[in-house]
Design a protein around this ligand. Sequence first.
Ligand code: NCD
Length: 304
Amino acid sequence: MKDLIDILDLSIPEIDKLIEVANDIIENPENYREKCKYKKLATLFFEPSTRTRLSFEAAMYELGGNVLGFSEAQSSSAAKGESVSDTVRTVEAYADIIAMRHPKEGAPTVAAAKTQIPIINAGDGGHNHPTQTLTDLLTIKREVGRLDNLTIGLCGDLKFGRTVHSLIQAMVRYDNIKFIMISPKELKLPEYLINEVLVKKNIEFVETESLEESMPELDILYMTRVQKERFFNEADYVRLKDTYILTPDKLEHAKPTMRVLHPLPRVNEISVEVDKDERACYFRQAKNGKYIRMALILKLLGIE
Ligand code: NCD
């Protein structure tokens, strides 16, 4: 495999291996400090990011490599009208691997077809976000100890939330996974995921608007931000943005072993008082993102 565009580009054994390497990096960081010496990662971010871009950059630095790139389309030649194809064909001359985020669904696929070097999809529009999913899988494995036999609540913007889309595709490959989709009607999961993934694979799922009623059943609660930038009109966003707010009193009805994940950034959907709860693991999750990206960079560059 040359690129990571979709989480399904990785088999389960490949994901297991990435998790194993990430755990080893956490235990023995000194063994990895020179693995990517003289290698360069380009981060091409045509959309805002904090964790994804900075964790990629920190990952490459911790592997002894270097980083170049841009963090907004406005500071690249995209602002002059350059195509994605031309941008990546140029960057290929300067870097060994590219992590790219773009508002258009499919842009990383186009980039991958035009280059010889690995392209990592760091989020394409409302479509996919496979490295967030790797982060989520590492987090679930470390926090809960397993990736099978889980009831997972996905809450918030299931329509535009690309992290949810990739996570569903990844989790349906494990045994005995049940989903509770918690969203307002307007932000329900896209039909293609319901029909082509959940129904086709016979996965147990329910759709509900109630976070409270779902709480006692959940092993994982995956909260998401309402994706403001994907709305066609401001009024809809304003009406829907605060539909769910996780507070300590709602968590009283959750299992003591439940874990709350969120890809971040959070806006209002988790009150800051929840941060103190041991079950809140979104900042640990953000930290895990660096280690799994280190493992991924090594894999795509073919470094042992
Ligand atoms: C997510 C994204 O960009 O899709 N953030 C991230 O990468 N951690 C989630 C979001 O922006 O809401």
